[in-house]
Design a protein around this ligand. Structure first.
Ligand code: NAX
Length: 328
């Protein structure tokens, strides 16, 4: 039997946690022969802890053959001990009347603490995926708070945006998502994201040969960027199963490899495409042997570049706002 992979998950009592844990335990993340140990980190209050107990009871009741153990803690250092993968899902939601700056501060405090704990107790190769919003900036904070870990271990989730883009193109073109390669979503996981079809192909032909440019610019981009709000409007609750599925996709491809397919990941910029070094930014990547590489050398149109500048400005402003907390 293979050595179990230790997967830390924060926010296990939440909506995404409830969709995510069962799929990890079933083998969807690492394959049907790879055991896992789940290491849960939830807030230390009676309601949250009670809810986690319920989730753990259900995990027991699934009798998953690949689930080699589940531990729960409200101490980040204990939850991240020797973790090979850390899914940072738990975050402070925006409450009524809360200013954006207050939301950034509240989440920065969480991700400073969790970054430091990862630095102290996780595996040196830990693969970190931040899902909790604002996920790019939260990943940047955790990365900066973990100076002894390689910066490239810290990523944020834009895969849901890529998956949404692919689903929309498939529906429009009458093809399936399997027929679509090389879509990309640049930038921040926010309405300033940049869904990019300019390099995408459908059944081996350039996507924009078969898709009307005006529809792409005026309908597709806002549809993908506002999809989270549309889900809330329809469901009365935010995306959970699709977010969990995207987190599975992100880690599975990082660990097992993407082949020639591009996968969008929020990763610390190496300066490619003029994105300031260190900003955690959505880039098309390819993955192999547990490493990712940003796809280099693409010709970017003025249309895409102008939109990327907006995402860069937004991320720089978030970074500058939270940077002061790191000094404390
Ligand atoms: P919920 O509010 O249902 O669950 C969050 C859970 O995290 C709660 O159980 C809470 O107690 C816990 N939590 C809060 N602070 C914590 C801490 N410091 N340590 C451990 N646990 C903590 O939210 P849910 O719907 O699960 O969404 C989680 C996060 O994902 C949110 O920030 C949300 O905005 C974000 N999303 C990110 C997406 C992405 O594509 N990057 C898409 C989906 C989602 O909107």
């Amino acid at each position: 039997m293979k050595t179990p992979i230790r997967v830390a998950v924060t926010g296990p009592a939440g909506n995404i946690g409830y969709s995510l844990l069962f799929r990890i335990a079933s083998g969807a993340m690492f394959g049907a022969d790879q055991p896992v140990i789940l290491q849960l980190l939830e807030r230390n209050n009676p309601d949250s802890q009670k809810a986690v107990k319920g989730v753990m009871m259900e995990l027991d009741d699934c009798a998953f053959p690949l689930l080699a153990g589940v531990v729960n803690s409200s101490d980040p250092k204990a939850a991240f001990r020797d973790a090979d993968v850390a899914l940072l899902v738990g975050a402070r939601p925006r409450s009524k009347g809360m200013e954006r700056a207050d939301l950034l501060d509240a989440n920065a405090a969480i991700f400073v603490e969790q970054g430091r704990a990862l630095d102290e107790s996780a595996s040196r190769d830990v693969k970190v995926l931040v899902v909790g919003n604002p996920c790019n900036t939260n990943a940047w904070i955790a990365m900066k708070s973990a100076p002894s870990l390689p910066a490239e271990n810290f990523t944020s989730m834009l895969r849901l945006d890529q998956n949404r883009l692919m689903a929309q193109i498939a529906a429009k073109s009458g093809k399936t998502v399997n027929d679509i390669v090389h879509p990309a979503v640049w930038g921040n996981h926010s309405p300033a994201m940049v869904p990019d079809l300019e390099h995408a192909q459908i059944c081996g032909r350039p996507a924009l040969e078969g898709i009307d440019r005006a529809w792409y610019e005026e309908t597709l981009i806002p549809t993908v960027a506002k999809r989270g709000s549309a889900i809330i409007e329809a469901r009365g609750a935010s995306s959970a199963a699709s977010a969990a599925s995207a987190a599975i996709d992100h880690i599975r491809d990082w660990v097992l490899g993407s082949g020639d397919r591009w996968v969008t990941m929020g990763v610390p910029s190496d300066g490619s495409y003029g994105v300031p070094e260190g900003l955690v930014f959505g880039f098309p990547c390819v993955t192999k042997n547990g490493k990712y590489e940003i796809v280099k050398g693409l010709e970017l149109s003025d249309f895409i570049r102008a939109r990327m500048q907006k995402s860069i400005a937004e991320l720089e402003s978030e970074r500058d706002h939270v940077a002061k907390l790191l000094a404390k």
